[in-house]
Write a protein that binds this ligand. Structure first.
Ligand code: ARG
Length: 257
C-alpha cells in the first residue's frame, strides 16, 4: 500500500473524478483500511508516494503479481505514466522478476486483471488495458485467461465492477459487461452475487476478500451481506469517500503480493 501523502484530485481521467480531497480524512480512511487488512493476519508493506503523482496511492495499478513474477503496468494516461519507474524500482529491489518492461501494450495491473484461484485470471479491457496485452501477460505462468469486455464507461477498470470471492463466487455488476462476458461469469462462477445499481455506484465491487472477510466500501445492502454470509463470508465496510473522488476504493489501494 502507498500512504496518501500527496493524494489529491488534479485531473480527470475517469468519470468519477472531481471534488476536493480532505487530506486528513483520506489518511484516516487509509489507516482504517490497513487496520482492517491487518486484522485478517496479513502483513502490509508500504511504498512512499512520490510528489506530483497524486494517483500513486492506487498501487493496485502497478502490475500483476504471480509468485515471484510481476507483469509491470503501462498506463493509458500520461498523468499516471510517471508512477511506472517507482514501481519498477520497488519490484526489482524486492527480488521480483519483471515482465513487460518494454511496455508493448497498455496494462493497468490489478485494476483490470485479477486471479480468482491461481488457475484463472479474469482479464478486463476497454477504457484502460488493451485486450491484446493478455497474451503477453500469460508469460507470468500457467493459468487460464478469461477475457472480460468492459462496455460501460463508468466502470472503467475491472475492479470497479467485479471482485472474486473465493473460487466460485464474486461480487459483480452485470451492467458493466457485454452480454457474452455476463454469460461467462454466470457459467464459471455459479455462486456469483449481482449487486444493484446503487451498490455499484457506491463502489461495493471494489472490495477485497481476505480469508473469510470481504472488505468493501460502505453501501453493501442487507441482501448482499446475507448472500455473502451464506457462502461463509463476513462483510467489513470501510469509509472510502475521499478516494472515491478519484474513482478508487479498497481494492485500488492495495496490490496483492
Ligand atoms: N484516478 C485513478 C485513475 O483513474 C483511480 C484508479 C483506481 N484504481 C483502480 N484500480 N480502479 O487511474
Amino acid at each position: 500500500m502507498v500512504p496518501p501523502k500527496h493524494f489529491t484530485v488534479e485531473y480527470t481521467i475517469n468519470p468519477w473524478m472531481g471534488g476536493v480531497v480532505d487530506q486528513a480524512k483520506a489518511q484516516t480512511q487509509w489507516d482504517a483500511l490497513k487496520v482492517a487488512i491487518e486484522k485478517q493476519g496479513v502483513k502490509v508493506l508500504t511504498l512512499d508516494q512520490a510528489p506530483g503523482l497524486p494517483d500513486m496511492v492506487f498501487v493496485c495499478n502497478s502490475g500483476l503479481v504471480l509468485g515471484n513474477n510481476v507483469y509491470l503496468s503501462k498506463f493509458r494516461h500520461a498523468e499516471r505514466s510517471g508512477e511506472q519507474e517507482h514501481y519498477l524500482k520497488w519490484f526489482k529491489a524486492n527480488g521480483y522478476t519483471v515482465h513487460g518492461e518494454d511496455y508493448a501494450e497498455y496494462f493497468e495491473g490489478g485494476g483490470d486483471a485479477v486471479f480468482s484461484d491461481y488457475k484463472t485470471l479474469w482479464a478486463g479491457y476497454g477504457a484502460r488495458s488493451s485486450k491484446s496485452v493478455y497474451s503477453l501477460v500469460q508469460s507470468l505462468g500457467d493459468y487460464e485467461t478469461v477475457i472480460c469486455d468492459l462496455v460501460n464507461p463508468k466502470f472503467y477498470h475491472l475492479d470497479t465492477c467485479f471482485t472474486p470471492v473465493g473460487a466460485t463466487s464474486a461480487l459483480w455488476y452485470p451492467g458493466a459487461f457485454s452480454a457474452a462476458t455476463q454469460a461467462e461469469i454466470r457459467r464459471r462462477l455459479p455462486d456469483a452475487i449481482e449487486v444493484s445499481d446503487a451498490e455499484a455506484t457506491a463502489f461495493v465491487c471494489n472490495a477485497i476478500t481476505i480469508r473469510n472477510a470481504v472488505i468493501s466500501p460502505i453501501g453493501v445492502s442487507a441482501t448482499t451481506k446475507d448472500a455473502l454470509k451464506k457462502l461463509g463470508y463476513e462483510t467489513v465496510e470501510v469509509d472510502m469517500s475521499e478516494f472515491m473522488k478519484s474513482g478508487g476504493a479498497c481494492q485500488c489501494l492495495v496490490l496483492k503480493l
